[in-house]
Structures are given as C-alpha cells and as structure tokens.
Ligand binder design. Structure first.
Ligand code: FES
Length: 110
C-alpha cells in the first residue's frame, strides 16, 4: 500500500494511489485506529455496531475503544470513529486524544 501511505514523502497519504475499496480495507486493519475515513453525504455510512462499547486497557499502551463512538475535541469538532480507536494513556502523543505510538519511544509503563 506504499502507493497510498508513504511516511517518507509529503504529503504521506495519496488517496489516488488505490481504489476507495482497497484504501477502506487497509484503514480498517489499522491496529491503533489512527487512520480513519468517512463517507461523503452521497454514500451511506457503514452499518452501526450493535454490541456494547468495550474499552480495553492495553499494557503499557493506549486505551482501545471498540465500537462506534463520537469524539468531540476542545474546539467542539466532532469526529465519528468506527471499529477500534486507540486513545493515548501516556500523555506523550503528538496527536491527542489518539495514540500515535509515542508510548513506545518513551517506554511508558502503566
Ligand atoms: S498511549 Fe500511545 S502515544 Fe500515548
């Protein structure tokens, strides 16, 4: 998927590098939830998860939130997240409230 996601280049995401379906499949595999997507107004949203929301504390890492959630930031901007969302628990993320993997570099314990 280097045709779409290449951290060595700017911009590092080039959506024209693969089909929409292929990009969605790759984003759904993102273990941290840092990658996400939304459908435009003409495309129906995916089926909502009907099970209870589950929050899991990962050892020395983020809070993993399973299910459909709505995150509202300090400016009031709301973002819908689906499947799994990783929320920073170490305080070192450069993309709060989401985990960006900084807990590994700082050897977070908790
Ligand atoms: S828990 Fe991952 S960056 Fe903080």
């Amino acid at each position: 998927m280097i045709d779409v996601f290449n951290p060595a280049e700017k911009p590092w995401i080039k959506p024209e590098g693969a089909s929409t379906e292929r990009i969605i499949e790759q984003v759904k595999k993102c273990p941290s939830g840092a990658l996400s997507f939304y459908y435009d107004k003409d495309t129906p949203e995916p089926a909502q998860v009907t099970t209870d929301t589950k929050i899991e504390v990962s050892a020395n890492g983020p809070l993993l939130v399973y299910g459909n959630i709505l995150i509202k930031d300090a400016q009031g901007t709301e973002t819908k997240k689906y499947n799994v969302t990783a929320l920073c628990r170490c305080g070192q993320s450069g993309n709060k409230p989401y985990c960006d993997g900084s807990h590994i570099k700082t050897a977070f314990k908790g």
